[in-house]
Design a protein. Structure first.
Lengths: 619, 84
């Protein structure tokens, strides 16, 4: 464990804590977990102006030291020195929102009563000024008895001053307690916060003109809902249309790489492995990086601007109908990126039954790992033309798949809340923060972290499963005089042959049966598995080399099979990571097993209905 | 008058809160948001689409969202002077 001093960044939610953490530590961050709980531990190195290096830990935002959810409990435990896996902080940086001083000061006073060396960052002073507030930081410092530094984290203002003051307070063992301080008397703290805030405010005009003006539209029952649906629609269209150029560039790069490998190496098993297994398999997944980044870009924007909580507000009515709260909307929307952070985000839901239901339906939200599967099938089977109003048909189908996931999740929630997760009361209490423009640096850092996680998955779990699959698909070889597809002789083909009879009634062929097995490791592996299976299969024919996976599928699958495959993936049993995080969050195997069971059944039924309906319609 | 019945954007003050209508955790969170007797409040928006839904109100300089049921537990008055 590091012997550097530990400084904890603590404050209310929406005080701009994470932006300040990013501004202070830059890319010198480490993400991890506290042992035993799934609360994310964010720690970074912060060099102070006197040369001291400290570890800065970004604690989950909370309103008081009286926790109501698991992440708030971590904040309390770290500050008190009771958290396993974390040493007692040597100093605190309390982040308060300058525009919401009175409310944030109450928690600040509660923290100051602990007597730890402290610096207060009076953050987002620019937004306070925009809001018509002029504050006297010096007076506030006098009243609090600790340094108060005005900061604008996203513009990097005040950071140097903050580092200097931090190096001054760090050598102190403790700060003198304010006279008559009662940290456990809520009403007294509130009155004291009110008094101090009044003294610090030099001038004030009615609050939140800009935020209020936007909210008149964004929270309007009709206009707001239209805005929300439009935003989601633009997001899914953007995923398709903006990614065309970068995807084409990656595809060209992979084709060039493949060609150079083919010309450089003699025809051998090793070359087949490189071309079919590594470049074909892993490349088929890497190609989706642009789309995944565009999706994360939208989600980070919705979070960073403060709009996400408005979406939760609008959706609360709908969520209440299926027995959930609007608060569940945020984890569910995050699950569009990945169910793992989505399920982890449910720890902000305090009601246990609400939380369990949200965890169980989170995998129904279309995660980014399903995008490769959807886009592949759509590109192969849905014509790239526009329908009424210039809307792309392919984007429309993708949108409908997302809608199918949402509808499935709501139906599942409704049934679960009436059966296995009955009881409990879905309340909804949430702060709607000010709107603000996310800073480019925070966005880039967020996107970089996502890209790194995706590429790491592509380089490890996807690479390994693709390799194993290639081996299973390639060996044993068919006899030289055989006309049947090579895949039928392979080990994987024989395994797939065992489950194919179960999947044949819903329109799935042997290659699909084969692709579904490794997709349990990670959904996008279904794409690389199909790519590997068909490229091995095609390598026996003359004109194989130039054909893309899209063309190969279009020639081999019927439309009902393709649609059934899409329907399967709307419900598809989740990947290993999702099962693992569910086990950890629910403390046992009971709920993850239940989740696998009900999703598998739903996927089978949905694919079957789609297949037979499409057949009946003569598609 | 109850908070959920308040006309939009008319400043009012909290008279009384029926804490028995909510769980201790919900009561604590409301207090942490600054909802208390004497606090200045203003009803800003009603969700209400597809029925049920939440209301958004201003408390001090914060905007908070709560279910109409919780807002109904908060009695407000439009003419009383603030006690804080």
């Amino acid at each position: 464990m590091s012997t550097q001093p530990l400084v904890a960044l603590v404050g209310n939610p929406n005080a701009g804590k994470s932006a300040l953490f990013n501004a202070l530590t830059g890319a010198r961050q480490k993400l991890g977990n506290y042992p035993g709980v799934t609360v994310e531990r964010k720690i970074g190195r912060l060099p102070l102006n006197d040369g001291t290096i400290v570890d800065l830990v970004d604690l989950p935002g909370t309103y008081s030291l009286n926790p109501t959810s698991p992440d708030e409990e971590v904040t309390r435990n770290v500050i008190m020195g009771h958290q396993a896996g974390e040493r007692m902080p040597d100093a605190l940086v309390i982040v308060v929102d300058a525009a919401n001083l009175e409310n944030h000061l109450r928690f600040a006073l509660e923290l100051l009563a602990l007597g730890l060396p402290t610096v207060v960052a009076l953050n987002m002073v620019d937004l306070a000024t925009r809001d018509g507030l002029e504050l006297d930081a010096a007076r506030l410092a006098d009243d609090l008895g600790v340094p108060v530094i005005p900061t604008v984290a996203v513009r990097r203002r005040g950071l140097d001053h903050l580092r200097t003051e931090l190096s001054h307070v760090l050598p102190l063992a403790a700060i003198p307690l304010r006279p008559g301080h009662k940290a456990d008397d809520f009403a007294a703290l509130r009155q004291e916060a009110h008094r101090i805030a009044r003294r610090a405010i030099m001038s004030e005009s009615p609050s939140r003109r800009l935020t209020g003006a936007i909210d008149r539209v964004a929270l309007h029952p009709v206009a707001g809902m239209i805005l929300l649906l439009t935003l989601l629609f633009v997001m899914f269209q953007g995923v398709f249309s903006w990614s065309e150029l970068p995807v084409a560039m990656i595809e060209d790069g992979l084709a060039a790489l493949e060609a150079s490998v083919v010309s450089a190496l003699p025809d051998s098993v090793g070359r087949d492995f490189l071309v079919q297994g590594v470049i074909g398999g892993v490349g088929a997944v890497i190609v989706f990086l642009p789309q995944i980044l565009i999706l994360f870009f939208f989600i980070l924007m919705l979070e960073g601007t403060g709009y996400m909580t408005r979406a939760a507000f609008l959706m609360d009515g709908v969520m209440a109908r299926v027995g959930l709260s609007g608060r569940a909307f945020i984890p569910l929307l995050s699950s569009f990126a990945c169910a793992v952070p989505g399920i982890m985000a449910t720890r902000t839901i305090s009601d246990p039954k609400d939380r369990l239901t949200t965890i169980l339906i989170a995998p129904l939200m279309t995660c980014s790992a399903r995008l490769p599967v959807y886009t592949l099938i759509i590109a192969a089977f849905i014509p790239a033309r526009t329908v009424a109003g210039g809307i792309g048909l392919q984007g429309l189908v993708l949108f409908l798949l997302y809608v199918a996931g949402i509808v499935g999740a709501f139906v599942a929630a409704l049934l679960l809340r009436r059966s296995v997760t009955k009881g409990g009361g879905g309340g909804f209490l949430m702060e709607l923060p000010k709107y603000q423009m996310p800073h480019l640096r925070d966005m880039v850092l967020g996107l970089w972290q996502r890209a790194a996680i995706f590429l790491k998955r592509a380089g490890t779990i996807i690479f390994v499963t693709t390799m194993v699959l290639w081996l299973l698909l390639s060996f044993p070889h068919p006899p030289a005089n055989s006309d049947a597809p090579a895949i039928e002789y392979s080990a994987a083909g024989r395994i797939a042959g065992l489950i194919e009879p179960v999947l044949r009634p819903i329109g799935f062929n042997r290659e699909i049966s084969l692709a579904l097995i490794p997709a349990i490791a990670a959904r996008e592996v279904a794409v690389s598995a199909l790519a590997t299976a068909y490229s091995i299969d095609d390598s026996r024919s003359e004109d194989a080399a130039a054909r893309s996976l899209t063309e190969r599928l279009a020639g081999r699958w019927s439309l009902p099979t393709a649609l059934a495959f899409l329907a399967w993936f709307v419900f598809a049993p989740q990947c290993i990571s999702t099962i693992a995080v569910t086990r950890r969050e629910t403390n046992g195997w009971r709920w993850p097993l239940f989740m696998i069971g009900y999703l598998l059944a739903a996927a089978y039924v949905a694919a079957g209905i789609v297949f037979w309906t499409a057949r009946a319609l003569g598609l | 008058m109850r908070l959920d019945q308040l006309p939009h954007r008319k400043p009012a003050y909290v008279d009384r809160i029926d804490w028995a209508c909510m769980s201790p955790a919900e009561g604590q969170r409301l207090r942490e948001f600054g909802i208390c007797e004497g606090a200045s409040v203003e009803l800003l928006h009603r969700g209400g689409w597809l029925g049920g839904g939440a209301v958004a109100c201003r408390v001090g300089r914060m905007t908070i969202a709560m279910r109409a049921g919780h807002a109904a537990a908060i009695t407000v008055s439009m003419d009383a002077a603030p006690r804080q």
